[in-house]
Design a protein around this ligand. Sequence first.
Ligand SMILES: Cc1cc2nc3c(=O)[nH]c(=O)nc-3n(C[C@H](O)[C@H](O)[C@H](O)COP(=O)(O)O)c2cc1C
Length: 309
Amino acid sequence: MKLLLIYYTGTYNTRYLTDRAEKLFTARGHSVERVEIRRGTPPVDPRGFDLIGFGYPIYGFNSPLPFNRYVQSVPIRPGQKFFIYKNSGETLALNNASSRILLRRMHRRGGVFAGEYHFVMPYNIHFAFDRPFVREILDYDEKLLRIMLHCLETETVQSVPSNPLYNAAAAVVSVQKIGGSVNSFFYRVDPEKCMRCMRCVQDCPENNIRIEKGKIRFGHRCDMCMRCSFFCPADAIRIGMLQGWKVNGDYRLAEIASSPLPEKPYIDENSRGFYKCFIRTFRAIDQQYAALFGADDARAAAKSDLPAE
Ligand SMILES: Cc1cc2nc3c(=O)[nH]c(=O)nc-3n(C[C@H](O)[C@H](O)[C@H](O)COP(=O)(O)O)c2cc1C
């Protein structure tokens, strides 16, 4: 297959998944081209590709606005096959509604749905995940990537079911519509901490950060992607009303992925509170993975036997 992966990323979690997907696809003999969306990325011509993969992080139960805008600019022809690989920090059912705009637009243009896959990735907002939890998440992502590849190769369509209630609720909480432009009035850089490394200026996907008379200034074209504050090596950026939810510091995903899995599963049937939603997600991946490929380790086998909630 000739694949085109079109994705948006703030703090590179989606880029990580795209890297992994590309590796797996090419190892199976498929060819992959990719487009990372930033301001000014020209619309790609999808002619000649057998399959388009759309990747995005979930923002407030929705797909990011720059992602939606870009996809709208891609000239899709009737019959074009596509799939979705999205990711988010938790697996609340409201996240299931996040692809509704993309699906509607692709459907209108005659796109042929080939599947949707929801990956868990560490939060880049709210709070930082522990390293052992991230290690476990990446293990499940690897399994889901293999499931995705298998389903795409065998033309098995897997979907993430939403419903009108979730769709309506997700549309209401689409905070990003005005969130970035309003919140950016309150962004500040601590002059004591800032090292003028210019990383934020160079990396902003909207080219929304500039330096003026030695000071970092923000425009109001913010996607709320968190890249500037997340990767700031001096943790010098205050992100207005979201400051209490700021996460600073690269997870170093590739490094974590190559470290050994923790002895004891981070998520098990006793996980409670925030972590409870992962039990069902991880168990579903274990079961599907074991059914397709056989349980690859003792832990996967044990988990797939967990009783239903
Ligand atoms: C503005 C904003 C809103 C978010 N909203 C959600 C959400 O509704 N649900 C969720 O599970 N994660 C949410 N997240 C977390 C991201 O989806 C998650 O960390 C993702 O992996 C980031 O991917 P990226 O590094 O490619 O940008 C949000 C993150 C941001 C910055």
